[in-house]
Every structure is written in structure tokens, then in C-alpha cells.
Ligand binder design. Structure first.
Ligand SMILES: Cc1cc2nc3c(=O)[nH]c(=O)nc-3n(C[C@H](O)[C@H](O)[C@H](O)COP(=O)(O)OP(=O)(O)OC[C@H]3O[C@@H](n4cnc5c(N)ncnc54)[C@H](O)[C@@H]3O)c2cc1C
Length: 467
């Protein structure tokens, strides 16, 4: 093992390896504290060429690799398993913005760039990189690509897949595939980059990407809206689409229980509305022209007040207030983590089925577990709900340990009946690796296995995840 480590150190230099178990430990724990794997080595290469050489050496020695970015993933895909035989390749030292092309609206970045860094680089040339969510200060572009991250602006801009033009990838045999093309049209055979987006590091290590930039909106209107529940939120969404079309970038659903948790764990944050409501929507619309987005938002909400009633809203007066609204939304995941464990789901159903999903799941779960506490929030406009079931302290940990499988079965069966997905944006990782066998057809899984086997015949790239 020492010889192996010495060889890797010779490739990446002493600053590129971590061998002390105390320093390794944070890299082996996932963000939610659910998985704690083992490894003898974390490698932090400084370039694509170094990644390639490390992977070649691992392939020759049949050492398995866990690619890792900011380690904020939520399904145990970014940490090694417990056998201690896998090494971590973490890209945090590769964080150069390689090129910004204002004319062609593209940015070429190392995979280790933080998401926030890419947003800021785009803003510096009056462009927008629209991917945004709670962990944007810690997660990396390579991790975003490998999970096909979504976030709060999917409604208008899509997942990161829709923002990606080219990739550079180190394959499981160590070869470098340079697909860093910044073309908006390119139908030259199979679109290989799509294989690596959302592959959770099982097919190769993404080392760089060409991403699309968008015009920076000149006007943004953000509103926090209190209403009676999900059915009202869906009606509001329909109104919003009729009035604002694709100017609407975000439409987030937040039940009251989420605000209670956020204010409990982050008391500095402020209540956005005067009254307490059973549920809220955080809606944002933006426009690149100077049209009056505040007026559109105001018209929408006045109209909504007439047809939906029992609705209160605040439109952010300035950017600071908009950021305060968003802070409340973006802190939900942290507040939940601070509160304790629960059985977590990240599901999607057609938007028209969301209310049915929420009602049926709650009824079924409460029948099976009368004391269950449910938190269902998220990207309503995309049909994506983060749906978590727990018990009041101190029972939650025992409940999760004992009943996770039964809870999953109840929730996922309803999702499947409604034509939905059991993994809307976080991926499968270790958490749902076995569950997909029930909810995806044998032929789909066989095609995935065939792709994996072709690219990684010795199964050294993030084994035990996804498949
Ligand atoms: C507070 C919070 C809010 C979140 N909100 C959202 C949200 O709204 N929408 C959403 O989609 N996700 C959300 N997430 C989860 C999201 O998936 C991650 O934050 C992010 O996309 C993962 O990036 P990362 O760099 O941390 O990757 P990691 O966690 O390090 O890795 C995730 C996966 O990608 C692989 N990987 C990492 N880097 C590479 C690489 N260079 N090449 C190949 N494989 C690689 C890993 O092996 C693993 O399978 C949230 C997470 C948190 C903690």
C-alpha cells in the first residue's frame, strides 16, 4: 500500500494526497451523516493530466475510485463504501475558469470550480449562469454535472444537462476524452456527453465543462405568498403561467412546518409575511428587457386574490429583501438536518398530480404510522417534491431505522401509480441503488448495465453506486 501511495504522490505531489485518518475523515462522511465509509487515501490532483495518470495507475492495480466534488450529495454516492479498498479522487484543487466567451455565451471551467464561483464569473461579464440552490457555495460543477443538478430555476432554464455544451472526461482506463466543444448544434453521432451527466461518477471523472451563459435579467420580481395549501399553489401556478409565460423562473412550495423549522434553527431569519399560513409559495419572475416585472407580479397576485382568496403576499422591495426570502427557502435543508433524521424522498410526478400525491401519501402514511410527521416541500413548478417522513423527537432515529423500507414502499408505489419518478434530482447513489430494480423495467436496467460494462469493464469507477 505504501508503494501505491508513493507512486500516486509522485504524480500529484505531496500537496495532492491526504493519508492521515483524522484529515481523511470528513471526506468519508456524507452531508446528511447517513453514510460513513473508509479509505486509506484521498487524492487531490491539480490538472486533467494528473487525474488521467492517477486513474491509469489505479486501473492497472484494480484499485476502485470514488470521484468527489464538494461532498454535498444527498444519496451517499460521493463517499466510499466501508470495505476500505476504494480511494477518493477529490477535484477541489482544479478550480480554474479556463475561458469565458461573451460573444458565444459560453464559459469553460475546471470541474472543481464551485457553483457560486461560476455564477460570479458569469455576473462579472453581465451574463447569467442560472443553476442555483442551497449548497452552491460548497458544491462543484463536476458534482453538479454528475448528479444532473436541478435547483430553483429549472422551470425556465432546465437542469444542468440543458446548460451543458461540452465535457472533458477521464475514462475508467485513464484515457482523456476531450469533448470540450462549445457548439449549440452538433449532431455528429451519439451525444456522448449525456452519458456522463447524471452518471454519479460511475462512468468516468469529469474534469472540465463548457457551459451555456444566458442574458442577465434586467428586472427580477420575487414574491412570498401565503395560501391555504398545495391545491391553491397549483392554481396559482396555472395563473402565473398564463400571465407571465416563461418569465417565471421559480415556483417553490413551502408548507408552514418548514418555516417553523427554519426559524427554530436560524432565528436571525425573518418571518416574510404578517400572518401565519398553512403553506407558502416563493415565486420569481425575471425578464431581460426592461418590462415592469413588479407590475406583472402584482397583476398576477391581485388576480389571484380575486379568484383564490385567502392569500397574502409580499413582493420584495429590493434585492436585499429578495435575498431574505430566498434565504428562508435555501435554509430548509440545513434546518431539517439540524432537526434530526427522517425517511427522505426526492420524487417527481406530473404537476397535475401533485395534490393527489400529497393527499394519498399522507393518508397512507398516517394509516400505517399514526404519529408520523410529514414535510413535503420543493420545486412545485417542476413537479418535484422533497418528501420526508419522521417522528417527533426522540423517536425519529428509531422510526427511520425500523420503518424506512415500509415508508419507501408506500410513497414510491403511489409515485409509480401516478407516473412519477423515485429520484427527481438527487440521484440513486447507495440510497436507492436497490430500489430502482422495482421501479424501472428490466430492459432499462440491462441497458444501463451494458453501458457501464462497456466503459468500465473492471468496475473501478464508483462501484456499488447507481447499479
Ligand atoms: C443544502 C443543499 C441543497 C441542495 N439542493 C439541491 C437542489 O435544489 N437541486 C439539486 O439538484 N440538488 C441539490 N442538492 C444536492 C446536489 O446534488 C449537490 O449539492 C450537488 O449537485 C453535488 O455537487 P458536489 O460537488 O457536492 O458533488 P458530490 O456530493 O461530491 O458528488 C455527487 C456525485 O457526483 C460524483 N462526482 C462529483 N464530482 C465528480 C466529477 N468531477 N466527475 C465525476 N463524478 C463526480 C460523485 O461521485 C457523486 O456520485 C442540495 C444539497 C444540499 C446540501
Amino acid at each position: 500500500m505504501n508503494q501505491f501511495i508513493d507512486k500516486i504522490a509522485a504524480i500529484v505531489g505531496p500537496q495532492g494526497i491526504i493519508t492521515d485518518q483524522k484529515d481523511i475523515d470528513p471526506y468519508t462522511r456524507d452531508w446528511r451523516g447517513r453514510y460513513h465509509g473508509k479509505t486509506f487515501l484521498v487524492v487531490q490532483p491539480g490538472s486533467t493530466e494528473e487525474v488521467s495518470q492517477v486513474v491509469k495507475f489505479c486501473a492497472a492495480n484494480q484499485i476502485a475510485i470514488v470521484p468527489q466534488g464538494g461532498n454535498t450529495g444527498l444519496c451517499g454516492a460521493s463517499v466510499p463504501r466501508e470495505n476500505g479498498h476504494e480511494i477518493i479522487i477529490n477535484l477541489k484543487r482544479m478550480k480554474q475558469i479556463r475561458h469565458i466567451d461573451r460573444e458565444n455565451n459560453t464559459i469553460t471551467v475546471d470541474a472543481g470550480c464551485f457553483l457560486a464561483q461560476v455564477q460570479e464569473s458569469a455576473a462579472a461579464i453581465d451574463r447569467l449562469f442560472p443553476l442555483s440552490f442551497g449548497s452552491e457555495g460548497q458544491c462543484q460543477i463536476g458534482g453538479n454535472l454528475s448528479t444532473n443538478a436541478g435547483g430553483v430555476a429549472v422551470l425556465r432554464y432546465g437542469n444542468i444537462r440543458a446548460m451543458t455544451l461540452g465535457l472533458e472526461v477521464v475514462l475508467p482506463n485513464g484515457e482523456i476524452w476531450d469533448g470540450l466543444r462549445g457548439l449549440y448544434k452538433d449532431n455528429t453521432g451519439y451525444d456522448l456527453k449525456q452519458l456522463f451527466i447524471g452518471a454519479e461518477g460511475t462512468l468516468g471523472i469529469i474534469t472540465a465543462a463548457v457551459l451555456k451563459l444566458f442574458p442577465r435579467p434586467k428586472g427580477v420580481a420575487t414574491a412570498f405568498i401565503g395560501l391555504k395549501g398545495a391545491a391553491m399553489a397549483i392554481r396559482l401556478l396555472e395563473l402565473a403561467r398564463n400571465l407571465g409565460g416563461d418569465k417565471f423562473t421559480s415556483f417553490e412550495f413551502i408548507p408552514r412546518i418548514c418555516l417553523d423549522l427554519v426559524f427554530k434553527h436560524f432565528p436571525a431569519l425573518k418571518e416574510p409575511l404578517d400572518q401565519i399560513y398553512p403553506a407558502y409559495v416563493l415565486a420569481e419572475l425575471s425578464d431581460t428587457s426592461t418590462s415592469d416585472v413588479d407590475q406583472i407580479m402584482h397583476d398576477l397576485l391581485t388576480q389571484a386574490k380575486r379568484s383564490i382568496k385567502e392569500i397574502e403576499f409580499a413582493i420584495a422591495k429590493n434585492q436585499t429583501q429578495a435575498q431574505q426570502f430566498w434565504a428562508v427557502r435555501k435554509k430548509i435543508a440545513d434546518a431539517e438536518r439540524a432537526e434530526g433524521v427522517s425517511v427522505k424522498h426526492d420524487i417527481s410526478v406530473p404537476v397535475s398530480k401533485i395534490v393527489e400525491f400529497l393527499e394519498k401519501s399522507e393518508a397512507a402514511l398516517k394509516t400505517a404510522f399514526p404519529k408520523v410527521e410529514i414535510i413535503g416541500f420543493g420545486h412545485l413548478g417542476d413537479g418535484n417534491i422533497h418528501y420526508n417522513a419522521g417522528m417527533a423527537e426522540p423517536d425519529s432515529a428509531a422510526f427511520v431505522a425500523r420503518e424506512s423500507q415500509s415508508v419507501n414502499r408506500i410513497v414510491y408505489d403511489i409515485v409509480a401509480r401516478l407516473g412519477g419518478s423515485i429520484s427527481a434530482e438527487h440521484g440513486l447513489g447507495q440510497l436507492k441503488r436497490d430500489t430502482i430494480k422495482t421501479y424501472r423495467s428490466a430492459i432499462e436496467i440491462e441497458m444501463m448495465r451494458a453501458i457501464k460494462h462497456t466503459l468500465d469493464p473492471h468496475n473501478i469507477m464508483n462501484p456499488g453506486k447507481v447499479l
